[in-house]
Design a protein around this ligand. Sequence first.
Ligand code: NAD
Length: 435
Amino acid sequence: MTNSNTKPATGKLGIMVVGLGAVSTTFITGVMMTRKGLTKPVGSMTQYDKIRIGRGAEKKYLHYKDIVPIADLNDIEFAAWDVYPVNAYESAISANVLKEKDIEPVKDELLKIKPLKAAFDKNYAKRLDGDNIMHGATRWEMVEKLRADIRNFKQEKGVDRVVVLWAASTEIYVAPDMKYHGTIEALEAAMKADVKEQIAPSMCYAYAALKEDCPFVMGAPNTTVDIPAMWDLAEETKVPIAGKDFKTGQTLVKSGFAPIIGTRCLGLSGWFSTNILGNRDGLVLDEPANFRTKEVSKLSTLESILVEDEQPDLYTNYFHKVRINYYPPRDDNKEGWDNIDIFGWMGYPMQIKINFLCRDSILAAPLCLDLCLLIDLAHRAGRYGTQRFLSFFLKSPMHDYTKDEVPVNHLFQQYVMLKNAIREMGGYEADEEID
Ligand SMILES: NC(=O)c1ccc[n+]([C@@H]2O[C@H](COP(=O)([O-])OP(=O)(O)OC[C@H]3O[C@@H](n4cnc5c(N)ncnc54)[C@H](O)[C@@H]3O)[C@@H](O)[C@H]2O)c1
């Protein structure tokens, strides 16, 4: 390693997951099975990818852990909050993502993860009715209880650092409103006044995490940390934040495929994405107000890759539609269809069809691991505020919309940002050489 100022990953890393459903249990089980040498963490950049450092004759391709100090999987301790009182073992079984043979060997460890009481408001996810919640708590009381949970976890498990990861259900859409979300003071006042409509429970988790010096990752499309008050709080507390919405299936394909159209200067007249999904996530998203949050997130990808203002002949007024349909027989095995209407030389139309038969949580689990390990790294490297280099993993990357900043959605530009951040945190020069 070089003259990096990044602190080493000594001691234990606590990962506190909000939501102990399909994604979280697949993630946690996979980490535990990997530690025992019983499986491989396929899809995880931090465990597999190699980055070039140096140039010319000096160049070398190294795993992330050989460039920067990444926490070891053996040093991770898990905890979770959930609306349902079910432990991680039972939840993994009922999520029906992993086969029993891939869960049983770590049963004892999973049984020990019993969800803490959730900061929850049924109005934010009407289809959930669990009782493991902080009954009657105001938003400010939720914050205080969550802060106490984080401190207790640290103490009980002897954990040195904690990352809080939201892998809970998508909440109903909360539009940013500067009266409540514009400044730290406004946010705190709204929490204390228990303004339920503008302060989502997820905001209580994020606020509590930042106040406890814990990086926060938003894996759903919720507004939560994507408001000026939270950006300011992350700057003030010097804690990194990242969001929103894991970029797993259809949007991963979109952000990787749209550059093909853009790079070849082909035109686009329409892109229709639809999918069927039968897990609890699909059930929650079947509620129009919850789907709205997802739709905003999913729609944002294309417009910043195929930009009308830059190529009016090619990208004016293309029709972009995203649909999610709850279809129980498929459980977690989502099937996505993309129909892309493009046009070529002299405007002649063509079509591309993509049919992705994916497994939602299998795609999301490595992202959970990478986001947690990398945001912990960023914290130790002294980075804070929105971590743009993590956009690679996210559908709707946070950006300062109050200043008309444009997010980077192009998968390969995001990858350059990721690699350069790793290089810099390892004490190497950022560059844009072709690998
Ligand atoms: N799997 C993917 O490919 C993918 C991609 C992008 C985003 N996501 C998002 O990840 C999240 C998790 O997905 P999943 O399939 O695991 O869903 P899930 O329904 O299986 O699990 C979510 C859990 O969160 C709990 N929960 C809801 N509100 C809570 C609160 N306020 N506090 C604590 N717990 C709460 C629910 O009780 C549930 O057990 C969803 O928001 C989903 O949209 C998933």
